[in-house]
Design a binder for this molecule. Structure first.
Ligand code: HEM
Length: 409
């Protein structure tokens, strides 16, 4: 049965029913439900797997929440159950792997963020573009031997994980282990708790060993640059490496997958891009707005009572900002449900806003440009092989399990 929104929360005279906010139908198309919420209950308490949270769906309220000085990130401000349920990982907020900037507030957050941002030098980002091009070429060459391909397994999944390995300087001999642990963490269902616990423990040991290795075997990579700094602890280093993996991998897989799906479903825009490839950055930007990767990963906790959208939220109550919903708000975007590159509306929120704005946004866009630009250049007559698509059941991300296409070479 659909849960009810109290009349005062919904801003209506009588209690109304919320649309379902998880399950296969919602995973396939969450936008009608978000539209309903934006119109009827823009700031409201919703049940999510394992917990209840305030959900913010309007663009203006989302911006207020993401930049609000009294909304903090430290998960210790919520409950341990909430943290586990949200993350879908058997981690506690005290775990070593949880001690990174996305879970931190001042003074730790600006310190950790500065260190990582400084290590994303223009030279490193340029060399990662060259690496992304080389990797994409190799993946497309393998695809070229087939008539049909899965754009997730054949391109969107392997590219970002290889780039994270380069960024962290994972030695070639260790990459298979790293890939294996990452894929268990990515794909194990929350119910497979033992498997997940073993993989997260294995990843923690792997990354702690990698940090120790970088001290004695420095390389030309971001982790080596970080271990040289005196103002970051070994646990923070391990956790930061883990954050770069989880924040930089599935998100980018989903940008490439959701983005290519949007393009394949809009042949007019596909044709326009082929005619003028210089519009690719605009197309990527619209992909991020239209069907972005992050579903519910933007939690905040009030440190004092905070009123947003007429609702008072109290300390300890988790708040989620729905970037997907905000990016379809007609108050911010003209005809928001239309996929239209080159918009002159508000900037989208797919990378967040404010102090926690995505550190890897430039890298993610490069990977998107290289992968999406590469595949349409190599296979310009590419088309969807089925409309029967399966979406990740993740509460945190929005992405596809597979994207089968005919290459029509
Ligand atoms: C933070 C989205 C790719 C590293 C964030 C946030 C969002 C986001 C929405 C802010 C969360 C919040 O405010 O609570 C995305 C999307 C990506 C992507 C949509 C791909 C299309 C990457 C990549 C990396 C990365 C490739 C690095 C390799 C980070 C880090 C943070 C972050 C370190 C934490 C920033 C902080 O707490 O100050 N990302 N991200 N992301 N992202 Fe990304």
């Amino acid at each position: 049965m659909a849960p009810s929104v109290p009349a005062e929360a919904a801003g209506k005279e009588s209690a109304v029913s919320l649309p379902p906010l998880f399950g296969p139908a919602f995973d396939a198309d969450p936008y009608p439900a978000y539209d309903w919420l934006r119109r009827n209950a823009p700031v409201t308490k919703v049940p999510l797997p394992g917990c209840e949270a305030w959900l913010i769906t309007r663009y203006a309220d989302a911006v207020t929440a993401l930049t609000h000085p009294a909304l903090a990130k430290d998960p210790a401000l919520g409950s341990p159950e909430w943290f586990r349920a949200q993350l879908g990982l058997p981690l506690d907020h005290r775990s070593t792997l949880a001690r990174h900037m996305l879970n931190a507030d001042s003074p730790d957050h600006p310190r950790l963020r500065r260190l990582v941002s400084a290590a994303f030098t223009p030279r490193r980002v340029a060399s990662l573009r060259a690496r992304a091009e080389e990797l994409t070429e190799g993946l497309l060459a393998v695809m070229a031997a087939k008539d049909e391909a899965d754009l997730i397994a054949d391109l969107a999944y392997p590219l970002p994980i290889a780039i994270i390995c380069d960024l962290l300087g994972v030695p070639e001999s260790e990459r298979a282990t790293f890939h294996h642990l990452a894929s268990v963490i990515d794909s194990a269902a929350a119910s497979e708790i033992d498997q997940l616990a073993a993989a997260t423990d294995g990843m923690e040991r792997f990354l702690a060993d990698l940090v120790a290795h970088k001290r004695t075997h420095p390389g030309d990579d971001l982790l080596t640059e970080l271990v040289r700094r005196p103002d970051i602890s070994p646990d923070e280093l391990t956790s930061t490496a883990f954050l770069l993996l989880i924040a930089g991998h599935e998100t980018t897989v989903a940008l490439i997958g959701n983005g290519l799906l949007a393009l394949l479903r809009h042949p007019g825009q596909f044709a326009a891009l082929k005619k003028d490839p210089s519009t690719l950055p605009d197309v990527i930007d619209e992909m991020l707005r239209y069907d972005g990767p992050v579903r519910n990963a933007t939690w905040r906790f009030p440190t004092e009572p905070v009123v947003i959208g007429g609702q008072e939220m109290l300390p300890g109550e988790p708040i989620l900002v729905s970037l997907l919903a905000a990016n379809r708000d007609p108050e911010a975007f003209d005809e928001p449900d239309v996929f239209r590159p080159g918009r002159i509306d508000e900037p989208h929120l797919a990378f967040g806003r404010g102090p926690h704005y995505c550190v890897g946004a430039a890298l993610a866009k490069i990977e998107g440009e290289v992968a999406i630009g590469g595949v349409i250049c190599r296979f310009p007559d590419l088309e969807l092989a089925t409309d029967d698509l399966v979406w990740w059941p993740s509460n945190i991300m929005r992405g596809l399990f597979s994207l089968p296409v005919r290459l029509n070479k």
